[in-house]
Design a protein around this ligand. Sequence first.
Ligand SMILES: [Zn+2]
Length: 183
Amino acid sequence: MSSIHRKVKFRAFLTALSCIVLLHSFTTPAEAYERNGIKWPFPTQIISAYTDVTGNYSTALNQAITNFNTSTQVHLSRHDGAPWVAQVQNYGAVDWEGMSKTNTGNGVYTVTWARSKVNTAYIPASTAVSRIKILWLHELCHVWGLGHTTNPRTVMYWNVATPYANGISSLTSDEINGINSIY
Ligand SMILES: [Zn+2]
């Protein structure tokens, strides 16, 4: 992981009123995604799900994959033997419900392999698919190259329980713009 780059876009509105021209310079940050400095060499990737990815975990992963494929410029498919692995295990009370690890191959932080994990100690098999889905989305976004936001209505808020409680269970425009800015 390298330094975090904050990307904020500003919108400016120009309003003309008869002979008077008023310049309203809005400084509302319309986008707030963070990039974590890594990226895959290609926007098309394969993810391999371990045999522990069953039931709701598997359904949620498939829905997350579809969400990327239909909303962003990246494409993900699920096959065995890929350098990107999805895992579901009881990792114990380790203070994280999901985690992603990436290996970067050179000075420009190109991802060579990745592992995205769900911890059943906090996310049991009976967890709603939509709740597991937002966790997969969050972890997969890290591997695509996004860091955390401070907006509790985005998937990339540091704790997905909060955006989920706010009704978020799919990629928001912030993640979509963030990923599309990289690929
Ligand atoms: Zn995270």
